[in-house]
Design a protein around this ligand. Sequence first.
Ligand code: NCD
Length: 305
Amino acid sequence: MRHLMSPLDFSVEELEKLMNLAGDIEANPEKYAHVCAGKKLATLFYEPSTRTRLSHEAAMLNLGGSVLGFSSADSSSAAKGESVADTIRTISCYADICAMRHPKEGAALVASTHSGIPVINAGDGGHQHPTQTLTDMLTIRSLKGRLDNMTIGLCGDLKFGRTVHSLIHALVRYPNVRFVLISPEELKIPSYIRTDVLDRQNIEYEEVVRLEDALPKLDILYMTRVQKERFFNEEDYVRMKDFYILDSKKMELASDDMYVLHPLPRVNEIAVEVDKDPRAAYFKQAQYGVYIRMALIMTLLNIEA
Ligand code: NCD
């Protein structure tokens, strides 16, 4: 039995297969409409979500399966003090696969060690968010035709943003990928990623504060929200929250084929006027999230079309 805790759980070859399957699903949805008939996906969400939970559910429904779950800790027995280990043992009796989001780093990993069914980490605190990374990779590959030879700007809350952490882990495995890490001093990438991932693997990167300085050299700009819920005090959040606002004027500094991605939800960091720019790819990205999760569910359940 296989789980998905981190993007590194799949080899580059397996990721390629997964993205190819997602591409075939996009092209031939009817071929996959019943492959998960009789299978159930449980979504165990202890933290707010729109896209991640509903795209997992849409993915399973598109495959002909069904879904059950809870969308807040308050409405589950966690509110009564039940452990993740006991919850997952129980859910293993009800469903064939599950996606779990939890505010604590490592919660999905704990669940996987007690689970009788595959567990998908749908975000564990400020740590990892592998299905978002699969989504981001499929989006980049579809828009640019490649994942190698690329300069990627990661902008915003690089400290607490789990999507950024997972994306770096995944992309350093492709040749000639460079990063421009754009953040205020207080929200810089954690040293366990700078040192253990980027430095150790001799990945080219620079850290800058001004978005304007980075924009002209990027192939992809990955914007992120300042992660309010991970701050220790409101004052720091208020000071940081509008540090970056990408608007049409700043987009003029970027090349014609620099796409803007964002895992969403957006707060203020991308002005709504940017949505009509053909380089704004964040809603397309949400659509790719369904195809890749369909491919992931099939793969973890060992189902072929
Ligand atoms: C992200 C998350 O939950 O980490 N959202 C998502 O899953 N698409 C990013 C965020 O909340 O800012």
